[in-house]
Design a binder for this molecule. Structure first.
Ligand SMILES: Cc1cc2nc3c(=O)[nH]c(=O)nc-3n(C[C@H](O)[C@H](O)[C@H](O)COP(=O)(O)OP(=O)(O)OC[C@H]3O[C@@H](n4cnc5c(N)ncnc54)[C@H](O)[C@@H]3O)c2cc1C
Length: 448
């Protein structure tokens, strides 16, 4: 029997265009998959990323494919079209989205779910020296730089150069900074133990810099305090109420102190992505879009903004956190609004967010979990964190692969994804630079 071709969506259907295949965009399309609409999802990447586990790719605990999935594989309905492209402009009058490839996409309903990106607080020049962690490529780049620092440290006999190479600074004490700090410290202390001949990897310094007087600002004081002590047990140096004033190729300046560092990772502020700036509304100071109670753009009932890009207040007047659960609930809500319009039924009540809790991991068998009044920490918190992440990961293959990797890592204290894919020349180039800094009398690498 001949394979049946997928039916093209009839052209008279309502055209829904979604920008972004992250948590919000993906869930919205899934909720609308059976509705009589023609959906086009545009993303500049061909994959959906489970961002909460990016730090594990960056620290060689998981390979990239375990936390990312092709969007085409995830969205297969006959009324769904996936386009690998970047939205670069909007013609509100003609109801058209402009694409980098040159095409224009017509829409009846537009949903912006393009998320946020890191901002260097007006110091864009810092980005070259302090990468941030948002995409799979970022995570791979950080992994290469992190692992290369240990390799370069083995290849030099200059103790100052080695000390600099083995100093890792995380800027920002939110969940990403805390998770990276714990994971890098464990990589150095356990996973790399006995791997090098000329130095002890446990001598690496991990420094976490936070401008506020405490870590994990969204969590209660006792959980933040637990996270701080758990990191200190891993010998992470924590600088609270400390501001970074410059970052360059040699390291970072914190207040009056210059810290020579082999790798600085930026985990501080974020701002809305470009699509927010195309809308005729005044954005928040973080470049996000203040939306109406039904998550549409004020004055434009056919344009919605969801996820990190939307600025929505909780019932107590606080802005909702930029977390996956908010994006998913908003996606579900907008799908309901659109269904009610299609069916000409009463629209749902204004959007409200149900907070099921927050989690952050600090290290092996140490995490904090906050579910309203219930607070968990230590091994129990870590087990809940692990189960929640396995549950929310998309796809059976990814869940199984992550579970197996974690179990193996927990059992052996090793990391399976310690690959440097960049060329040897790149690593060697850095070593040569270090040698030239040592001066003419430098000893040949590895001969001391
Ligand atoms: C390192 C890290 C760790 C995190 N940890 C947690 C956690 O533990 N728990 C938690 O709940 N949340 C966590 N978050 C936050 C969570 O990932 C976000 O809240 C969530 O991803 C927001 O979903 P979104 O759909 O709004 O945006 P995203 O998931 O960021 O998706 C945006 C999509 O839009 C695409 N895009 C952007 N601009 C364009 C354009 N112009 N054209 C086409 N496509 C475009 C991007 O490629 C991307 O696929 C973490 C985030 C990071 C970065």
């Amino acid at each position: 029997m001949a394979a049946s071709k997928p039916n093209p969506a009839p052209s008279n259907l309502l055209k829904v265009v979604v920008v972004g295949g992250g948590f919000g965009g993906l869930d919205l399309v899934r909720h609308l998959a059976s509705a009589p609409v023609a959906i086009t999802l545009v993303d500049r990447n061909n994959h959906h990323v489970f961002q909460p586990l990016l730090y594990q790719v960056a620290t060689a605990a998981l390979p990239p494919a375990d936390i990312a999935q092709p969007i085409r594989d995830l969205l297969k309905g006959s009324n769904i079209t996936v386009r690998l492209d970047e939205a670069v402009g909007l013609d509100l009058h003609r109801r058209q989205l402009k694409l980098r490839s040159g095409g224009m996409l017509e829409y009846d309903v537009l949903v912006l779910a393009s998320g946020v990106e890191y901002t260097y607080f007006g110091h864009n020049e810092w980005a070259a020296f302090a990468p941030s962690l948002k995409t799979v490529k970022d995570a791979r780049d950080i992994r290469e730089r992190l692992l290369s620092a240990f390799e370069d440290a083995e290849n030099t006999s200059d103790l100052d150069v080695r000390r600099r190479l083995l100093t890792f600074v995380l800027v920002g004490g939110g969940p990403t900074g805390v998770e990276l700090a714990g994971s890098i410290a464990e990589l150095a202390r356990y996973a790399l133990r006995k791997n090098f001949k000329h130095f002890d990897p446990a001598s690496a310094r991990v420094i976490l810099v936070e401008s506020e007087p405490r870590l994990l600002s969204g969590f209660t004081d006792d959980l933040a305090d637990y996270a701080l002590r758990a990191l200190q047990r891993l010998h992470v140096e924590i600088r609270l109420s400390a501001r970074v004033s410059s970052i360059d190729a040699d390291g970072v300046r914190v207040g009056a102190e210059k810290i020579a560092a082999g790798l600085v990772i930026w985990c501080a502020g974020v701002k809305g992505t470009k699509p927010a700036s195309w809308l005729p509304v005044t954005l928040t100071k973080h470049g996000t879009v203040p939306v109406s109670a039904d998550l549409s753009v004020p004055g434009h009932s056919n344009i919605f903004v969801i996820g990190d890009l939307a600025s929505v207040q909780s019932s107590s007047g606080e802005p909702l956190p930029q977390v996956a659960a908010v994006a998913k609930q908003e996606a579900h809500y907008v799908a309901e609004v659109l269904r009610s319009r299609l069916n000409q039924t009463k629209p749902p009540a204004p959007f409200t967010y149900r907070n099921y809790g927050m989690l952050a991991v600090v290290g092996r068998s140490a995490a904090v979990a906050q579910f309203n009044r219930i607070r968990l920490k230590g091994t129990v918190g870590w087990l809940v964190w692990g189960l929640a992440h396995i549950f929310f990961l998309i796809g059976f293959r990814n869940r199984t692969a992550v579970f197996v990797s974690w179990f193996w890592e927990w059992w052996t204290n090793r990391r399976g994804a310690r690959l440097i894919i960049g060329s040897i020349a790149a690593v060697q180039g850095k070593t040569d630079q270090d040698k030239s800094q040592q001066g003419p009398g430098a000893t040949e690498a590895g001969t001391s």
